[in-house]
Design a protein around this ligand. Structure first.
Ligand code: ZN
Length: 346
């Protein structure tokens, strides 16, 4: 009798212990999963940017920034701060941008108020400042060209000087090759062979064939925030000589030639109807945003319009290969922080 009940108890204990173990494991698993989900969702980085700043607003604010730094003006303006302030006022919609709003902001700064004073109660100022810094922080700064030091616009139009092109705001238009999707860039229609220019300095992250972009080149800015995508380059001779993944390029360098390659899994095929450069800009606030459904591509149409004022002059530097190079060398002052990034990426 005693032996029997002990046997029963033993069985009972084992079953109870197993059930308890399963419950504990389920609870632990559930919480660790929930925690991970929460962590990735709560990770503090920008998840979306609609870039609606107009060319006019960029022109006016950049002029204030550049002129104040090139004169002994008491108040130095920062164009990204000015744009972020206006965006925080208009909800990021520059359609109804009024120069008077900018003039009023400038008058307040001239009267001794600081951006800190003016924006401390603005709920979305920090968001716009960070978002617009990601887009524009490589565009204005110190550089020297042809041995002359300057402070100004140092980003270039992706089409070389004296080569014509046309474009319209085609961001978000539908595309059907491969799968139904939207157009995440701006198409610049021009002649085959037009030298393509690096908009900003950076590191070549991708170079080679991709079934959508054809011969394409992807360049990451030194701060890691911008990925410039140049696609449909020329059949047979897509790239400027000597370029490879991992190499650095300078803003204004010739990186390739306009063409009509792409829309094919087979390499070096011209399947695009109209020769053009597809130019795109992706913003990266966290590395998890790369190659994911959470990629942020912005509308660059207004940026192309803005960059019309800065075009890189080129010449045929190799008559055998018919390669082109920039006419004027360019040295950029990365102000320390970016130089560290260079080391990090290398
Ligand atoms: Zn395109």
């Amino acid at each position: 009798m005693f032996i029997k009940s002990f046997k029963l108890n033993k069985k009972f204990v084992i079953i109870t212990a197993s059930i308890l173990l399963i419950i504990i494991l389920s609870v632990v698993l559930f919480y660790s999963f929930a925690d991970n989900e929460e962590n990735s969702a709560d990770k503090d980085y920008i998840k979306w940017v609609d870039f609606n700043v107009t060319c006019e607003a960029m022109k006016l604010t950049s002029k204030l920034d550049i002129e104040s730094h090139n004169t002994d003006a008491d108040v130095k303006y920062n164009w990204i701060e000015l744009l972020a302030y206006l965006a925080a006022q208009n909800g990021g919609n520059f359609k109804n941008f009024k120069k008077a709003d900018l003039d009023y902001l400038v008058s307040r700064l001239n009267n001794g108020e600081t951006m800190g004073d003016l924006t401390c109660d603005m709920k979305f100022y920090d968001y716009y400042y960070e978002a617009y810094s990601a887009v524009l922080s490589g565009f204005i700064g110190n550089y020297s060209i042809d041995m002359e030091e300057r402070y100004g616009l140092k980003a270039f139009l992706p089409i070389a000087k004296n080569y014509s092109f046309s474009h319209y705001d085609d961001f978000g238009n539908s595309r059907s090759y491969g799968f139904k999707r939207v157009h995440l860039g701006n198409d610049l229609m021009g002649s085959i062979g037009t030298p393509i220019i690096a908009v900003e300095s950076g590191i070549i992250e991708h170079l080679g064939w991709n079934q959508y972009g054809g011969w394409r080149i992807g360049i990451r800015s030194y701060d890691g925030k911008r990925y410039y995508y140049y696609a449909h380059l020329r059949k047979n001779h897509p790239y400027a000589e000597g370029l490879e993944e991992g190499m650095t390029v300078k803003a204004g360098d010739v990186i390739g030639y306009l063409g009509m390659t792409g829309y094919s899994t087979k390499e070096n095929v011209n399947n695009i109807n109209v020769p053009h450069l597809h130019f795109g800009m992706q913003l990266i606030f966290d590395e998890s945003q790369i190659d994911s459904p959470n990629e942020i591509w912005i509308d660059v149409y207004q940026i192309i319009e803005f960059l019309m004022q800065n075009r890189s002059a080129v010449y045929m530097s190799n008559t055998e290969t018919k390669d082109y190079s920039r006419k004027y060398d360019f040295i950029e002052d990365f102000e320390g922080r970016s130089l560290i990034s260079v080391c990090f990426f290398m």
